[in-house]
Design a protein around this ligand. Sequence first.
Ligand SMILES: O=P(O)(O)OC[C@H]1O[C@](O)(COP(=O)(O)O)[C@@H](O)[C@@H]1O
Ligand SMILES: [Mg+2]
Ligand SMILES: [Mg+2]
Length: 315
Amino acid sequence: MPTTLNSIAKQGANGVAMMPIIQGVGRAAIEIAAVLRGAVFRGVLGGAGSENVQGEQQQKLDVLSDEIFLEEMRSTGFVCAVGSEEQEELLVIDEYAHADYVVLVDPLDGSSNLDVDGPVGTIFSVVRRKTANSDYPHVSDTLQSGRNVIAAGYVLYGPATMLVCSVGDGVHGYTFNPSAARFELSHANIRIPAKGGYYSVNEANKSSWLDGMGDNLDRMKDETGLGMRYVGAMVADMHRTLLKGGVFLYPADNKNTTGKLRLLYEAIPMGFVMEQAGGKSMSNGIHVLDIEPEALHQRVPVYLGAAANVDSLLG
Ligand SMILES: O=P(O)(O)OC[C@H]1O[C@](O)(COP(=O)(O)O)[C@@H](O)[C@@H]1O
Ligand SMILES: [Mg+2]
Ligand SMILES: [Mg+2]
């Protein structure tokens, strides 16, 4: 009998509490994967004609994925609010405003890959609200460091749909089995290889990187001899780094002077997963998980991977 997503309940102290939310993420993933597969026929590829709070053009699929994810979080009954990359304000789930948990989400990561049928993903994390359950949830409930994350993970919509997550007791990967219409445990206890793998970065930006990162990268390449792979969707680049080893980075540059990747929707959840898999996640001279967030849509430089490679890059 294959182990299904319910086995999350057996993992560590937070498994039982996180089960309904992770199951909700699984349902959202199945729906989003179906929408992605049929997108060209339903006319939902292309721009939505709107901008998100970050001033980026929203794709129709960004908007649809956001709606699907929010509905599935609502249906769990355990989530009082969702902070989404696609929403300017924190979305409070009125009927469950007293619930314990806040979820942060990048509903569709790597959406520039959509037009070329490239891989995309969903990234999420869960924290316990800071304010009392009798209070209406507030944005301050979301501004918590990665040390307070209870569960985090990502879905990769590739040749197969995979949900990789951690409830603070290691990292486990579940692959959607279309014949059984459910996620089944396929990658138990993922650990990032200490050696080997690839470096993964948009090297075209190298001349505009800040903090001397171009020289650092050259030194790391000399020291490690790693080859390069880059998809341009953080979920896909993170997944390969996790399974094959190496390092993923998105430094600050002249255009994105504080970094491009979102602290709450991308850096913290991926940092949590990377550290749970035995790797290291750094930002500006600080562990990603130690950053105290100041704003919902804050951006930071990100360096994730096997500890020796991250140290070689930043050392
Ligand atoms: O195209 P670039 O500048 O290399 O940026 C790629 C990065 O931007 C992102 O696409 C941003 O994610 P969104 O698609 O969710 O905005 C990351 O997935 C990826 O790591
Ligand atoms: Mg993203
Ligand atoms: Mg996105």
